[in-house]
Design a protein around this ligand. Sequence first.
Ligand SMILES: O=CC(=O)O
Length: 313
Amino acid sequence: MESIGVLMTCEMHGELEEKLASRFKLFKLWNYPSFQAFSKTHANSIRALVVNTKLGADVNTIDSFPNLEIVSTYSVGLDHIDLKKCKEKGIRVSNTPDVLTDDVADQAIALALAVFRKIPQSDRFVKTAMWTSDYPLTTKFSGKAVGIVGLGRIGSAIAKRAAAFGCPISYHSRSEKPEAGPYKYYPNILDLAANSQVLIVACSLNEQTYHIVNRNVIDALGPEGVIVNIGRGKHIDEPELVSALVEGRLGGAGLDVFENEPNVPEELLGLENVVLTPHVGSDTVETCNDMADLVVANLEAHFLGKPLLTPVL
Ligand SMILES: O=CC(=O)O
């Protein structure tokens, strides 16, 4: 396999780079002055792309490599890959589901707790020696009505965790899930928002879910409501979210993802009712190692003519 050309589009987990370099002829796009400079010299050598949410495979990237056979993404999400183009050209695609589910669900609950219990603010209070008076009271999370947008693997893991906090769970998805047990299904996201105190976005991003959380959904959640987003920034109409938070039409937000990463709207930075993390839902050492193993295992399986472990296409 050492002669098989694999291109990483951007820097990822170090262990992934090491594993790929020890098995394949690894090219790192960031070591070249530009994409054009790379593809001009090496286009024919590339048989596999390893991409992530920062730099995926659009039509131009896919078309630039005539011998491309597989795109293996170091992510569960697929919105950064032109799947239609891959399908059309018979290019295989794999991702890294399951191994990251627990971490992303943990992050969703951590953000909800951080917003309600003001964890970052109270941490700052102690560290900046302000503890000369009592810290102001915060808001209870246990028992809050939690509405989950998207009850897939991650949404279900969030539901399980929130249920352990005594939260009644409702969800919205394309169709009702027979396996969702006691969770209440809302075919309309507006009704879900109107009946929730915390709205957690956990669906995949596609044409149907782009800006699924719009002004009407935000207003239905209301001034006491909190939005948590561990999906994609583009699930939420960000300018509407920002103005709702600034105007007090929404109670708070815990956000791990943003519409135009790594750019975060300036207004959010000064808001006390908002907790922000830099798209790190799955970023633990344990999970990143597992994701790296899965990326490599999918490539090995493909080039050995075996079934992919986690095929998308
Ligand atoms: O955002 C992270 C992922 O899709 O894995």
